[in-house]
Design a protein around this ligand. Structure first.
Ligand SMILES: Nc1ncnc2c1ncn2[C@@H]1O[C@H](COP(=O)(O)OP(=O)(O)O)[C@@H](O)[C@H]1O
Ligand SMILES: [Mg+2]
Length: 587
């Protein structure tokens, strides 16, 4: 029985309604004559505070409210892949088809298309015992992506009937008899409350890095599959470009891209731009393994608040199918601001900078849903959810609450730097302020390319750190007054920056750099360092070393395809260095 109520007050997206009986917190409600979507966020006896997901203008006290009796849930099943949903899982693509670019309030459309038929191929037989998480069949959802149909988490029993063929998501594909003897229809879709993490069997240690093809990330500040990373930065420092690069190139099976409405037109850009992108791994469209959650239409901020939970729930669902999923959230600051807005309307006592006191818990709650797990189901299957969140601190100030709280719950921190962006050093990730807690893990993985990967990485980072101190001195006394050893450090640091750290997202070749090439590039620079260091000690002037042709060539070899040019460069480097040494009679 749906519980009924009446609107008492309206304050922007917050509606207060009085119910005939006490409703349940978290329930989804239909608000007003238009039946707008809302969620009960607080109760005071029979009075419910409702966060409305659509614009409430024109609505009046006295209008009816209906408690649907279910929380905000996600529909999970074929039809997700390649779709673009708003924060409450209404398909933007469907809405567009139905009502055009103008938002119409109170429009009800089922998240998953109810008419489309999918070819279901069963993987279990009549009489088989199944438990939650078991794969009962598959659907080739896109040419690239195989959707595995799962028994919903809390169901188990015996398959009474199952038949392959063309079905819509809502048609029965079979029947299951529970241990209590109850017969349950099996469908390709099921639902899950977005604010509740989906269950799994066991958490696994994070042992594999997510390879993004971005050198500063993979080599210096890697994120593990199942880990969490944050990328904070002021306006225009490269948050969106970096997240899109990772979406394109990371070795994840599925990408969930959450656009929490940075700027309206930016989201429209994602929606029009993303479907055009080619997936470098499959040669097909990237959208075939991507789901976008974006508040394109100008829905109230409250819908943004929900979008992160929806995105993470979708990710967990694909994880449960045994896939590696990467979630991009751009930007979590907009999400936190939506929370602040709502908290203000609820007249809660604000903590730092107006954010509610539970901000940290909510941020933790999101990042804790990252992980690498053994999924439910009788067969052992492993899947992961990696979460990468952009943070846009006002004025680029990293001491504000969203950034500082985020820092506590993530394992990799990519600090974008306005100064670097201004000098067009991209990705503008500051190597002195960034960190990764996944180095040990990554080092084991990298050993197949370079047994001394840890040392290689540490040495390069040390040179960069030393160089930054030396630069301080150089600013006072001038570079020429420095001893040549120090000037060599500056030169090598410059080569690391130019030849390794800088990576143009729009360069035909350099936009992606595979692990082998990353190692070889960095080793080349270190080998050059080893080769010229003795010359400096023997008094050969730094100017002569800097003037070697190979120096600028090493900084550009990243732009060439494959690793052969790097090997060639190494030979040329040795020739040039020994001829310079010969000139000075140094062995
Ligand atoms: N890796 C990169 N390679 C080349 N250009 C970049 C890169 N990252 C950022 N940029 C430049 O910086 C601009 C702003 O980046 P963007 O990601 O939109 O910033 P933000 O999302 O932080 O506001 C881009 O339009 C692009 O010109
Ligand atoms: Mg952006």
């Amino acid at each position: 029985m749906a519980l009924k109520g009446v609107i008492e007050r309206i304050n922007g997206s917050l509606v207060v309604a009085r119910f005939e009986e006490e409703p349940r917190i978290g329930d989804l409600v239909e608000v007003g004559k238009l039946g707008l979507m809302g969620e009960i966020v607080r109760l005071s006896g029979r009075n419910a505070f409702i966060q409305c997901y659509e614009v409430t203008s024109g609505m009046k006290p006295g209008e009816p409210v209906i408690d649907t009796g279910t929380p905000l849930v996600a529909e999970l099943g074929p039809g997700l892949m390649g779709n673009i949903f708003d924060g409450v899982e209404r398909s933007e693509l469907e809405m567009w088809r139905m009502v055009g670019p103008f938002i119409k309030r109170g429009v009800r459309i089922a998240p998953l298309n109810r008419d489309k038929k999918w070819y279901f191929e069963p993987k279990v037989e009549k009489g088989e015992k199944v438990v939650g998480g078991d794969i009962i069949g598959v659907v080739q959802e896109t040419e690239y992506f195989q959707h595995r149909i799962l028994i919903p988490p809390h169901l188990k029993g015996e398959i009474v009937e199952i038949e392959g063929g063309e079905y819509t998501v809502n048609e029965p594909i079979g029947t299951l008899k529970t241990d209590e003897g109850e017969e349950v229809e099996l469908k390709m879709m099921h639902t899950w409350p977005v604010r509740m993490p989906r269950p799994y069997k066991e958490r696994l240690p994070l042992t594999i890095p997510l390879i993004t093809g971005q050198r500063v990330i993979d080599t210096f500040f890697p994120v593990a599959k199942g880990g969490a990373a944050a990328i904070p930065g002021g306006f225009g420092t490269g948050k969106t470009v970096t997240l899109q690069q990772i979406s394109k190139w990371a070795d994840a099976d599925v990408i969930i891209y959450i656009g929490c409405g940075e700027r309206g037109n930016e989201m429209a850009d994602v929606v029009t731009h993303f479907p055009e992108l080619t997936d470098p791994r499959t040669g097909r469209k990237l959208i075939e393994r991507t789901v976008i959650v974006a508040n394109v239409s100008n829905m109230p901020v409250s819908a943004r608040e929900a979008s992160i939970y929806l995105g993470v729930t979708l990710a967990e669902y694909f994880r449960d199918q045994g896939y590696d999923v990467a979630v991009m959230a751009d930007s979590t600051s907009r999400w936190a601001e939506a929370m602040r807005d709502l908290s203000g309307r609820l007249e809660e006592i604000p903590a730092e900078r107006g954010f509610p006191a539970y901000l940290a818990d909510r941020i933790a709650g999101i990042y804790e849903r990252a992980g690498r797990v053994v999924t439910l189901g009788s067969e052992r299957r492993v899947g992961s959810v990696t979460i990468i969140g952009a943070v846009s601190p006002p004025g680029g100030d990293f001491s504000e609450p969203v950034t500082t709280h985020t820092l506590r719950f993530i394992g990799a921190f990519w600090a974008l730097d306005t100064e670097l962006a201004f000098r067009r050093h991209f990705p503008a990730i500051n190597w002195l302020r960034s960190f990764s807690r996944y180095i040990e893990v990554a080092s084991v993985w990298w050993e197949k390319y370079e047994p001394r990967w840890m040392q290689l990485r540490a040495r390069a980072l040390k040179i960069l750190e030393d160089a930054s101190e030396i630069e301080e001195t150089a600013r006072i006394i001038g570079e020429k007054a420095l001893p040549d050893e120090q000037r060599l450090t500056l030169l090598i640091a410059e080569m690391i920056r130019e030849g390794f750290l800088i990576q143009n997202a729009f360069h035909e070749v350099d936009r992606y750099c595979d692990p082998e090439k990353q190692v070889k590039l960095l080793k080349l620079i270190m080998d050059f360092h080893d080769a010229v260091e003795p010359l400096i000690r023997r008094g050969i002037p730094i100017e002569r070393i800097r003037a070697l042709k190979v120096v600028s060539e090493i900084m550009r070899v990243k732009e060439e395809k494959g690793v052969e040019p790097i090997e060639e460069m190494r030979k040329r480097m040795r020739r040039e260095v020994s001829s310079l040494a010969g000139e000075y009679g140094v062995e």
